[in-house]
Design a protein around this ligand. Structure first.
Ligand code: ACO
Length: 336
């Protein structure tokens, strides 16, 4: 017998407002055909005014805690993954904690972008194995829509992103057999040499005397900048490699995996990863069609959608991989 962790609850929340590719066509020179062909995206959710990232997280968190059969008093740590925080500081996890009224617990914000959820899962698993925490709320939440360049100049990035939140509860468990529900392994990587291939330059202290000024706004440095082709090439290679590592290190045959939950940046990236590893397409659960890329929220939203669709059930072997800004990339294998 060993002490490990397992996912005991899952929840997600996306804002009600749906924007189809045809709605995006009204804003900038693009087309439903271009977006679907290049990315697989058909629609995304964008928040209304006055909604914050922590607001989305509250809804997802409440569902995850309830789904775990716990109450907020059982949670002893929050890990919050986002690249689109409520404010620069403090971390959005503290705003979420206040809204959920969960005083005097540990709160940790992490900044690993599209790999944020898997980094968070690894951190949660390690805290639980260290014996200091029992039930950790891990949340990924993003509001991209308020930070996109919605003019024709921003079309290469603006069409790709949606808003939403997903959460899980990771709880202490005894592992007596490999078929028990538990987190099996996780692998985390980064290569900051590529940091500026996908980044948000301003506001930032790396500039002259001010974090933001009119010249920077005129240069549109307050919007994400992306070298899409380079991201694409690295994403396919790194996701396939890190997923292969998770399988190999645990002695898992790829055919024994029941469902693959990949990050959703581009349907073609996931198809390529599946092709490299010879994964049958029907085992890869994609949500990009409906929600676009919701960065740190993507994998827990995918889990919740897969559960609702009857594709993810207790006892199943799940493999997950992600790649994003940093560059960062990660994989995890767990028994649901
Ligand atoms: N609508 C219509 N045309 C467009 C659009 C658009 N929204 N965006 C770009 N184009 C045009 C370009 O101007 C270019 O035109 P040109 O040939 O006349 O110069 C043409 O389409 C091709 O542009 P590319 O950028 O070369 O298109 P590509 O085939 O590389 O596809 C894409 C672009 C979809 C962004 C792709 O590179 C990709 O998915 N990359 C990965 C993105 C990714 O993974 N991002 C996320 C991680 S997110 C995170 O971590 C925060």
């Amino acid at each position: 017998m060993s002490i490990g962790s397992r996912i005991t609850g899952v929840g997600s929340y996306v804002p009600p407002k749906v924007l189809t590719n045809f709605d995006i066509e009204e804003m900038m020179e693009t087309s439903d055909e271009w977006i679907q062909q290049r990315t697989g995206i058909k629609q995304r959710r964008w928040v209304e005014e006055n909604v914050s990232t922590s607001d989305l997280a509250v809804e997802a968190s409440k569902k995850a805690i309830e789904n775990a059969g716990l109450t907020k008093d059982d949670i002893d740590m929050i890990i919050f993954a986002t690249l689109s925080p409520d404010h620069d500081f403090p971390g959005t996890g503290c705003f979420l904690q206040a809204k959920l009224e969960m005083p005097a617990i540990s709160v940790l914000d992490i900044r690993q972008q599209c790999s944020g959820f898997l980094y968070g899962l690894s951190i949660a698993d390690n805290f639980i194995k260290a014996g200091t925490h029992k039930n950790i709320l891990l949340v990924g939440a993003e509001i991209h829509s308020k930070g996109l360049d919605k003019t024709p100049e921003g079309r290469n990035v603006a069409v790709l992103f949606g808003d939403g939140a997903g959460a899980v509860v990771v709880s202490r468990t005894e592992v007596n057999s490999p078929t028990d529900s538990h987190i099996i392994n996780h692998f985390l990587y980064a290569d900051g040499a590529h940091a500026k291939e996908l980044w948000l330059p301003a506001p930032g202290n790396a500039f002259g005397a001010e974090r933001i000024n009119k010249a920077m706004l005129d240069e549109k440095l307050q919007y994400p900048q992306m070298n899409g082709r380079n991201v694409f090439i690295h994403a396919t290679k790194c996701m396939a490699k890190v997923l292969g590592e998770a399988l190999q290190r645990s002695g898992t045959d790829i055919n024994d995996v029941d469902i693959f939950l990949f990050h959703q940046a581009n349907l073609r990236i996931n198809q390529k990863v599946a092709e490299i590893l010879q994964i049958p397409e029907e085992k890869v659960f994609n949500t990009i069609q409906d929600f676009a890329n919701t960065t740190a929220a993507t994998i827990p939203i995918g889990m919740d959608e897969a559960i609702k669709a009857g594709k993810l059930k207790p006892g199943m072997l799940v493999a997950s991989a992600a790649f994003g800004s940093g560059f960062t990339w990660a994989s995890a294998l767990w028994r649901q």
